[in-house]
Write a protein that binds this ligand. Sequence first.
Ligand SMILES: NC(=O)c1ccc[n+]([C@@H]2O[C@H](COP(=O)([O-])OP(=O)(O)OC[C@H]3O[C@@H](n4cnc5c(N)ncnc54)[C@H](OP(=O)(O)O)[C@@H]3O)[C@@H](O)[C@H]2O)c1
Length: 250
Amino acid sequence: MSAPTYQAAVFGATSSICQETLRAMLRQQPARLLLIGRNAGKLAAVADDLRCRGAECLTLTAPLADFATDWASLLPQHSANRPWDLFLLAHGTMPDQEQALADGNSLAEVLAVNFVSPAVIAAACGAILDRQGHGTLAVIGSVAGDRGRGSNFVYGSAKAGLDTFLAGMRHRFAKRQRIKIVTLKPGMTDSPMTAHLTKGPLFSSADRVGALAWQAIRAGTPVAYLPGWWKLVMTLIRWLPEMVLHRTRL
Ligand SMILES: NC(=O)c1ccc[n+]([C@@H]2O[C@H](COP(=O)([O-])OP(=O)(O)OC[C@H]3O[C@@H](n4cnc5c(N)ncnc54)[C@H](OP(=O)(O)O)[C@@H]3O)[C@@H](O)[C@H]2O)c1
């Protein structure tokens, strides 16, 4: 059997939304996947599942939030001398906000995992795409970054920073039509990250969000709300005057 031609490196590959995105990809095409994450055992289980779905998988265990890894040098060592079609960044964590606000180290860690780490990795991936002249960088942000709200602004501010970083990268590569920078913005999604929350009508399943994420990646959609109706919801929330917002518990 010939090797798959589509090649992707995936950070935070154990994420539930990410796994569903990769499953949606594999329903349409075979792929060679470099799965990167902090937990070797979980990565191996994800790799086994994706192999059953037709992928060729390698795993790489790395502490994504320590910033010591030189990704721009390391990724080419795992490329089998083929270009990368996709870099997908999925890692993130939703903290207990009160705990993060009460402890500077915990606050810094949340900002590091949700903003600094993906920004550092995105910059390295951007340098590789620049050299190759083509490919897609897709990063999972969040609707939470669209407006600072009392209930979720620690996580939200990190995702807002990431949103701006990616918008800037998109501008930087705007004249390179074969390079796509895709910001994925899921709304509330049923995954291990939200296991502690009561599920209401605004929740979507991880498989639906993953399938929509893959559609957006394939299309090279610059900013994709997942599902799309979150764009309307967040437009309304962004437009709320502060005096109205402050009367809510959003
Ligand atoms: N679920 C939602 O409602 C929702 C909504 C909007 C955006 N998002 C975003 O979607 C992405 C995926 O989340 P998910 O819902 O799929 O949740 P998930 O299944 O809990 O996945 C979280 C991922 O982040 C990794 N991670 C967490 N802390 C880390 C750290 N300190 N260092 C390295 N990796 C770390 C986890 O690795 P381990 O498996 O090793 O723990 C896992 O791969 C995240 O960026 C999240 O912010 C989620």
